[in-house]
Design a protein around this ligand. Structure first.
Ligand SMILES: Nc1nc2c(c(=O)[nH]1)N=C([C@H](O)[C@H](O)COP(=O)(O)OP(=O)(O)OP(=O)(O)O)CN2
Length: 118
């Protein structure tokens, strides 16, 4: 069974490794949407893969570390592309919730990066 939970955060960033002429070399903001997906068996008693509330609790620390921040200053996010944010979230969440199968980061409503640990 596959389940998913989404959360949002607002943050500013710039991309330090693009040319100075690239628009993303300047500080700008995004309303990020993150989708976390989990794969696992359904517990026959609860009917859950995992309780959404427990997953939400595991996400609180991660959201607090990102929400209303300048992402380049967050430890481990010197170059905060959508790809690198997906890996950053995966690494922190996977320690707490080993059933996660992928993390998807929407930087805009049209563009996302997805990481599944590979
Ligand atoms: N592969 C990636 N490419 C880009 C990333 C990224 O994280 N991974 N990030 C950016 C910038 O952060 C940029 O702000 C996003 O650019 P864009 O998709 O063009 O978004 P806009 O809202 O500025 O879109 P408009 O179409 O100009 O309105 C760039 N590339």
């Amino acid at each position: 069974m596959r389940i998913s939970q989404a959360f949002r955060f607002e943050a500013a960033h710039c991309l330090p490794n693009v040319p100075a002429t690239h628009k993303c070399s300047r500080i700008h903001g995004h309303s990020y949407r993150i989708e976390v997906q989990l794969d696992g068996p359904v517990d026959p008693v609860t009917g859950f893969v995992i309780d959404f509330s427990d997953l939400e609790e595991s996400l609180v620390e991660i959201v607090n570390a990102l929400d209303h921040r300048y992402l380049n200053e967050v430890e481990g996010l010197y170059n905060p592309t959508a790809e690198n944010i997906a890996v950053w979230i995966w690494e922190r969440l996977h320690r707490k919730v080993p059933q996660i199968s992928c993390v998807r980061v929407y930087e805009t409503s049209d563009a996302w990066a997805e990481y599944d640990g590979r």
